[in-house]
Ligand binder design. Structure first.
Ligand code: URA
Length: 232
């Protein structure tokens, strides 16, 4: 059960103050009757807003095809962000919609967004070892000696004390590779190649766990069931 003004505000329809006007205008019903008390508690399943059920009242989990050029930070000064791809109302939700880990501005591919902080913790924790698969192109021919280096679990990134967890490197062409990571350190793929003497030119995340982009075009997204990764 949730207060109507909180329900409307948390789902991004309007501010709590404006909720009173929405009710006065007859835009909200509970159990088929126009609601007139913003402090009334109701089960979202009984509520209609402008004749429609509330928008994802239990939470959002989105699979996004992140295009190049957008950041995952909410900080305006860091430039255009992935949240600009979403409907306005979702950008006003509380808790806020945030990314599950980050992809760099210059990386494209599969990104999850959610307002479920427990899910963010679960999916980004190295303990859970969710495999993330990236396709990279680099500036020179790849040395197959990198394969055991990535797999060893001893590769140390500049400025770090803990070596990277073992990663699977598959060569897909002289200057192209597919890398499977179970952690998500800052610029990890770029820094791993750089430790091996190559510069990453393009980077795209193809998979996250069992999820793939399918036919989602860059900039598009689709909602996933909240229990995609198990009970929430
Ligand atoms: N590794 C990187 O270097 N960048 C990303 O965006 C993701 C993994």
């Amino acid at each position: 059960m949730r207060r109507l003004d909180q329900l409307l505000a948390n789902l991004g329809y309007c501010s709590r103050r404006e909720a009173r006007e929405w009710l006065d205008a007859g835009r909200v019903t509970v159990g088929g009757k126009v609601a007139d008390d913003v402090s009334r508690k109701a089960n979202p399943a009984d509520v209609l807003i402008d004749g429609e059920p509330p928008d994802h009242p239990d939470g959002l989990l989105l699979l996004v095809h992140k295009p190049l050029g957008l950041v995952c930070s909410h900080e305006e000064r860091e430039g255009p962000n992935v949240y600009s791809l979403l409907p306005e109302r979702w950008r006003r939700r509380n808790p806020v919609v945030t990314s599950v880990g980050r992809l760099d501005k210059d990386t494209s591919g599969l990104l999850l967004l959610t307002d479920q902080s427990a899910l963010v913790h679960r999916l980004t924790s190295p303990k859970h070892k969710v495999p993330k698969i990236y396709r990279a192109t680099v500036d020179r021919d790849l040395d197959p000696a990198l394969i055991p280096q990535f797999a060893a679990g001893t590769l140390l990134l500049a400025g770090e004390k803990e070596p990277c967890a073992p990663a699977l490197l598959e060569l897909a062409g002289p200057r192209e590779a597919v890398v499977t990571l179970t952690e998500g350190r800052y610029h990890q793929v770029r820094r791993m190649f750089s430790a091996g003497g190559a510069t990453v030119l393009t980077l795209h995340r193809e998979r996250f766990g069992d999820l793939v982009l399918g036919d989602l075009a860059p900039g598009q997204w689709r909602p996933l069931p909240l229990d995609t990764f198990g009970p929430v």
